[in-house]
Design a protein around this ligand. Structure first.
Ligand SMILES: C[S@@+](CC[C@H](N)C(=O)[O-])C[C@H]1O[C@@H](n2cnc3c(N)ncnc32)[C@H](O)[C@@H]1O
Length: 233
């Protein structure tokens, strides 16, 4: 599947940002900005955006990062990373073409590791997802902050059904038309209703070794931002 995901992102890279904004009715921008605002209080140092894609989150991080903070970005799609590298703010960012299952960084390197709208793509199988989360924890320094922003499952059944119906009606159809990749947006539409709800994802993050895990739901729970710490022990 990993190879398939890589191919999908090379197909959709050019239209990826525009489609995100269309399909979420602009909400992803609001959630990203909120996530960046939350990170204003985070410890300075090295911050790593894993599965950084076209680098939209890096734009907001670059605006709010504390002094003496360096941004790093890792993604295994050359096409996505290439768009990120060409953005105006990209000069000071360290880009790394890498599978995030095995990051090319020593233990305890980063004060912040974040992942936005990618967790359900790396692997939703619990055991494999745990492997990725443990890798993110490995490169995070003790006391460092892990952030996960992702689509989620609204806890109220009626809202959940409406959300899934909206995804079924729009993501594949509009995504295929604008990007030209039917397979890409069929896959992305497939992953959204199948991903974990926020409390279950919290338990998985705890099982990966993180502490003080909490989450904030966005818009009735169609997305959620999880935060967690790597403790000093
Ligand atoms: C939905 S995009 C999210 C991009 C970006 N984080 C954002 O917020 O828009 C998912 C990204 O994860 C990357 N990705 C998926 N699996 C990966 C893996 N195992 N290693 C590195 N990158 C991966 C894809 O190449 C793609 O750029």
């Amino acid at each position: 599947m990993k190879k398939g995901v890589q191919i999908i992102y090379s197909e959709v890279a050019l239209t990826y940002d525009r489609l995100n904004h269309i399909l979420t009715l602009g909400l992803d921008i609001i959630w990203r900005k909120r996530c960046a605002r939350f990170l204003r209080r985070a410890p300075s140092g090295r911050w790593l955006d894993v599965c950084s894609g076209t680098g939209e989150m890096l734009v907001y991080l670059d605006r709010i990062k504390p002094q003496q903070t360096t941004l790093f970005a890792a993604d295994f799609s050359f096409s996505m990373l290439d768009i990120s590298r060409r953005r105006n703010h990209a000069a000071g960012i360290h880009f790394c073409l890498s599978d995030v299952q095995r990051l090319p960084f020593p233990d305890n390197t980063f004060s912040v590791v974040l992942i936005t709208f990618a967790t359900r793509n790396i692997d939703s199988n619990k055991e494999r997802l745990l492997g990725y989360l443990r890798e993110f924890r490995r490169v995070l320094a003790p006391g460092g902050l892990f952030i996960n922003l992702e689509t989620s499952q609204p806890p109220v059944r009626l809202i959940r059904l409406l959300f899934h119906a909206f995804v079924r009606a729009t993501v594949r159809r509009i995504g295929a038309r604008i990007s030209g990749s039917d397979a890409g947006y069929a896959y992305l539409a497939h992953t959204i209703p199948r991903f974990y709800g926020a409390p279950v994802l919290s338990d998985i993050i705890i099982e990966a070794g993180f502490r003080e895990v909490s989450f904030k739901r966005h818009l009735f729970g169609i997305a959620a931002r999880h935060t967690a710490l790597k403790s000093f022990e």
